[in-house]
Design a protein around this ligand. Structure first.
Ligand code: SF4
Length: 262
């Protein structure tokens, strides 16, 4: 079996825009799931609302496409009702960190045995390009026409502070690293959070001077700062560039968790 076998072929082609990064993240996640040797009957994918949340509809397992922001709440119910199931959540930055923000932090606090993969395109894509809680300062959206003036959430720092057992961040450029990170997340008991920064040419890219999809992917690559390098800068007392984001494994710990398989 390969990860292709996890796709619901009769639902293809997908609805994502040409050049969207979401497909890469779904591929990486399904490759990791396939390596786990999980059975389809024992695996459930859950999502909320948004472009990323269309993902479970393309996968050959039971799935829940739920209401906006509530994917983690539904996933919690599935996992607590039947801890034998493997439960994976697909979400986006608006779904997870705005209307779903409280579900996110409390699922981290409870450390429920879920794996959450967040496709962070830093904007509301499906609803027309409004600013989200992760839109960077200075970036343009339909609700920040002169540039965003708010500080964005660092979703990984939020997950670590709230108690998640496993946290990592990569981008759509880092395919192999992301696949490995999702696999570690799937293997780790408790709440696992994997953030994947993705290009969104339709809602974000065209408003923020990324004329080509490749320009945005290159931006993600060039502005990724490996955690080990960030730590060396801090040890040396040097400034960490504030236009870069830290990538790598950011937390792996063994706090008590809920819903772990007996
Ligand atoms: Fe992807 Fe953006 Fe299109 Fe949504 S709007 S499918 S995130 S490119």
């Amino acid at each position: 079996m390969t990860f292709d076998d996890w796709y619901r072929q009769d639902r293809l082609p997908h609805i994502f825009c040409a050049g969207c990064g979401n497909g890469t993240i779904i591929n990486c996640t399904l490759a990791a799931v396939d390596q786990m040797g999980w059975k389809k009957d024992d695996t459930v994918f859950v999502s909320g609302i948004g472009c990323s949340s269309r993902a479970p509809g393309y996968i050959v397992t039971d799935s829940l496409h739920t209401t906006h922001g509530r994917a983690i709440a539904f996933a919690t119910g599935v996992k607590m009702a039947n801890p034998d199931l493997n439960v994976v959540v697909f979400t986006g930055d608006g779904d997870l960190a705005a209307i779903g923000g409280n579900h996110f932090i409390h699922a981290c606090r409870r450390n429920i045995d879920l794996t959450v993969v967040c496709m962070n395109n830093q904007i509301y894509g499906m609803t027309g390009g409004q600013g989200s809680p992760t839109t960077p300062r200075g970036c343009f959206s339909t609700t920040t026409p002169t540039g965003c003036v708010e500080m964005p959430f660092d979703l990984c720092e939020l997950a670590i502070a709230a108690g998640a057992n496993y946290v990592s961040r990569w981008t759509s450029y880092h395919v192999k690293e992301l696949e490995k990170a999702v696999k570690v997340g799937l293997e780790t008991p408790g709440f696992s959070f994997i953030e994947a920064l993705v290009q969104c040419p339709t809602a974000f890219g065209r408003r923020n001077k990324f004329r080509q999809v490749a320009d945005h992917v290159e931006y993600l690559r060039a502005h990724s700062l490996l955690k080990a390098k960030r730590d060396r800068l801090i040890e040396a007392g040097e400034a960490v560039p504030d236009d870069m984001f830290v990538v790598g494994e950011l937390a792996r710990r063994k706090r008590p968790a809920l819903g772990v398989k007996p």
